[in-house]
Design a protein around this ligand. Structure first.
Ligand code: TRP
Length: 347
């Protein structure tokens, strides 16, 4: 029997493989993942099955982006010797856990999940909600508990999913009569969600208001130029508003020099500071942040076989981990097993 000597708390988080990751992902979660990967036992899930729940008509896109997202992980500094990167569709135990968990959530509760409600709106499903989509919170609970994770670094839009995961955990533990599964805590950055460059609430590739992590220097410059500021701040001399001003929201997220940033805000509010100057500062910061990420990604792209080998090894390791959890749940619930003596007919 192998003894698990790694005492570090377990992280599980992941991303749908629907497109390359952007700055919103970086501020919301990737930065935390890079920082925590040494103090935690971290697993990252390339959630291709979850991606299918709203992309069933384009599985090719979902497949293509498995490698793209993996490249983004490695480019931002995920260290594959510390973090296990795995592919969701390669982990059948998660699908089995999902099937079992669906009996411990109600349709009404799924429909009430604020993230689901919101996403149904945005996607315009109307009454034609794919069943897999409505039920993906149960699958996400399987992802998190399959690894027995206690820490989940995510953007704030994911908080209701962690909450629902913990409800499933409590119901299962109560049913089984002991704490087979741990509850998990969402780790959400204090800066809040990064808006799109147009000022809309969320950065999203499909809305064309995102800055991808692989953006070229020209794309970065162009995005900052187009960025939404204070529409009433017409002349540099006018007093301006910092709240809801995307350039300042981004500076809040990425400018490490807090003192200078606070001074800039004060000057902007007072009047006498033009948008061009603030944008120049942000552009410099973003160029410096993204240049090494872009370069590392370009180097990794030259050797996709190496990345595939990493994913294969990571998925195999994750298979063991998640299968062990499935075994715990199956035996905890007392499902039929050929190995159990009580299945023999009483004579
Ligand atoms: N729902 C997440 C997203 O849309 C992706 C995801 C899948 C996830 N499984 C997860 C996040 C488990 C955290 C934990 O980006």
């Amino acid at each position: 029997m192998s003894v698990d000597i790694d005492q570090r708390p377990i992280i599980l988080t992941g991303d749908r493989t629907t497109g390359p990751l952007h700055l919103g992902h970086y501020a919301g979660s990737l930065k935390n993942r890079v920082a925590l990967q040494h103090s935690h036992r971290q697993y990252l899930l390339l959630a291709d099955c979850q991606a299918l729940t709203d992309n069933a008509s384009d599985p090719a896109k979902v497949r293509r982006n498995v490698l793209e997202v993996a490249l983004d992980y490695l480019a931002v500094g995920i260290d594959p010797t510390e973090t296990t990167i795995c592919v969701q569709s390669g982990l059948p135990a998660l699908a089995e856990l999902t099937l079992l968990y669906l009996n411990f959530v109600t349709v009404a509760r799924l429909e009430r999940n604020p993230t689901i409600k919101d996403e149904i709106q945005v996607r315009g499903f109307g009454r034609d909600i794919p069943a897999g989509f409505l039920c993906y919170p149960a699958a996400q609970a399987a992802d998190i508990t399959g690894f027995k994770a206690t820490v989940v670094p995510v953007g704030e839009d994911q908080a209701p999913l962690i909450e629902q995961t913990n409800e499933v955990v409590r119901r299962l533990n109560r049913q089984i009569g002991r704490d087979v599964l741990p509850e998990a805590q969402a780790l959400i950055p204090s800066v809040g969600r990064l808006p799109g460059i147009d000022g809309r609430a969320k950065m999203s590739k499909s809305q064309g208001n995102a800055i991808p992590l692989s953006a070229t220097p020209d794309e970065i410059r162009d995005a900052v130029r187009r960025m939404y500021t204070d529409p009433n701040h017409l002349r540099a001399a006018d007093p301006g508003t910092v709240e809801g001003n995307v350039v300042f929201t981004y500076l809040d997220a990425f400018d490490e020099d807090r003192t200078t940033l606070e001074e800039l805000k004060a000057r902007y509010r007072r009047g006498g500071l033009g948008d061009v100057v603030v944008k120049r500062r942000l552009e410099e910061i973003l160029q410096a942040l993204l240049a090494p990420i872009r370069e590392r990604r370009a180097a990794l792209e030259k050797d996709p076989c190496h990345v595939l080998d990493l994913l294969r090894a990571g998925t195999m390791a994750a298979r063991e981990k998640t299968q062990a959890t499935l075994d715990d749940i199956r035996s905890g619930l007392g499902l039929f097993s050929f190995e159990q003596p009580e299945n023999r007919l009483a004579s």
